[in-house]
Design a protein around this ligand. Structure first.
Ligand code: PFF
Length: 455
């Protein structure tokens, strides 16, 4: 079935796609990786990975989606009807659904922290006799996240919010929301950048993040940077195929890929510029900079030491929640579009079928942080199991196969046609993009996949 939904404006389609890309990956994954992989050296390799790998693969996904005019499975079917390559789309959809189950839980945490910042509860029960440090917030984080009931309530609110936006549709739901939230997100980012740079000792943190030491670059830095580029740009999940199927025929795909990637990279770099000066200014050590504890314990301990604690905390968790919400919506839209297009379903029915199971799966992921923590598979909680299967195995596999498909299986005239809008846009870069998609990207992504197994 061909899909005739479209984004209404150029700004709207960029806002929606950037909304998908900018998420928790930029806010906590990027600074954490930068910290443990040599700071500026990692930043340089990351930028190279985005240009060499991320942008060409994004162009391939956009071309498949816009040309295929359907969901992540249907687009393969429409471009090469007699072949079984639609299975690649099925892998991407499975990966995206697994990710959705636990990403929704983290999105719930961001909302819980926003609520606790607004009410002031995050800061009121601190032991004022002792000096504020991140251990107090680490305990609070345990209290909030390990608790069985509260995280569930906030996760359900997030699931319901996703349902409402998805139900309103692509134009009136996703696009309209992104048009409001994305500018807000960038304004908040600039405010935080200014605050962080005005802190004493900001320079020290900035030096670490922006002064490269090339001796730090090694194989694992490169593998981590490649993995982060894919995660952050939402590649290999069917999101970009699905969103591109809503792009009008006049959209210049190469330009859109560059714009989206640059904006996503800007947010990641800004996060580094915000976090490193703040961490050094408040004398917090490297070990506080790890995964969720960076945003849920290190940063609150910084806010607690600043004037206007509640205001900064509320603004930050609002920022984080917006970033998480627009990403969850894009991940869920992959499955909604699949249901709608493959089974000829009304949108409300597709939304219901995709969203309802989340109440069960996300609950299990949430409880696996608390009372179901003992329930493990291969030593992993359900939360970590979903993450490992999706991001370490399914995403790279889908990306390799997608590159092989666009590089070798789909007609070259199709890929070139979509990237050049069938001759109306100059195609100076097409041959380079094709070379990367055919040879460079599959080999490099396979390296990430193998590296995960060796680890
Ligand atoms: N790109 C978003 C982020 O960086 O958070 C959304 C996302 C993409 C999440 C890919 C997870 C993922 F594996």
């Amino acid at each position: 079935m061909s899909n005739n939904t479209q984004f209404a404006t150029k700004i709207g389609l960029i806002a929606a796609t950037v909304g998908s890309a900018v998420g928790l990956g930029n806010v906590w994954r990027f600074p954490v990786l930068a910290q443990s992989n040599g700071g500026a050296a990692f930043l340089l390799v990351y930028i190279a990975c985005v240009f060499i790998l991320g942008i060409p693969v994004m162009m391939a996904e956009f071309s498949l989606g816009r040309g295929g005019q359907s969901d992540a499975v249907g687009s393969f079917m429409n471009v090469t009807p007699c072949k079984k390559w639609w299975m690649v789309g099925a892998i991407a959809i499975s990966a995206s659904y697994l990710i959705l189950c636990y990403y929704m839980v983290v999105a719930g945490w961001t909302m819980e922290y926003l609520w606790q910042s607004i009410t002031g509860d995050l800061y009121t029960t601190l032991n004022s006799a002792t000096e504020i440090d991140s251990t107090q917030f680490a305990l609070k984080m345990k209290e909030y996240i390990v608790d069985d009931i509260n995280p569930l309530i906030f996760t359900y609110i997030m699931i319901a919010a996703n349902f409402v936006v998805l139900l309103c549709g692509v134009k009136k739901g996703i696009e309209r929301l992104s048009n409001i939230l994305m500018p807000m997100l960038f304004i908040l980012l600039i405010i935080f950048g200014c605050v962080s740079l005005s802190l004493p000792k900001a320079n020290e943190g900035l030096q670490f993040f922006l002064n490269p030491d090339f001796s730090k670059i090694n194989g694992s830095v490169i593998i981590n940077a490649m993995g982060q580029a894919f995660f952050s740009l939402s590649l290999g999940m069917g999101i970009l195929i699905t969103y591109a199927s809503y792009y009008p025929k006049t959209t210049i795909l190469s330009r859109t890929a560059v714009t989206v990637s640059l904006l996503d990279m800007t947010v990641a770099i800004m996060m580094g510029i915000i976090i490193f000066p703040a961490v050094t200014s408040f004398g917090l050590t490297g070990e506080s900079l790890e995964g969720p504890s960076l945003v849920f314990s290190t940063l609150p301990s910084i806010f607690a030491q600043m004037p206007l604690t509640q205001l900064w905390s509320t603004l930050f968790f609002l920022f984080l929640m917006v970033a998480a919400l627009t990403s969850t919506i894009s991940i869920a839209e992959v499955s909604v579009a699949f249901m709608q297009d493959r089974f000829n379903m009304k949108r409300w029915k597709a939304c219901l079928i995709v969203i309802t199971p989340l109440f069960i799966f996300s609950s299990l992921c949430s409880l696996s942080q608390g009372s179901l923590g003992n329930m493990t598979v291969m030593g992993l909680t359900l939360f970590d199991l979903f993450d490992t299967i999706a991001t370490n195995i399914l995403l790279p596999t889908a990306s390799i196969l997608l590159c092989i498909y666009m590089g070798w299986i789909a007609p070259k005239s199709f890929f070139k046609g979509e990237l050049t809008n069938y001759g109306t846009v100059k195609s100076r870069v097409f041959n380079i993009v094709l070379f990367i998609v055919r040879f460079v990207a599959p080999v490099l992504i396979a390296t990430i996949l193998i590296a995960h197994f060796i680890k």
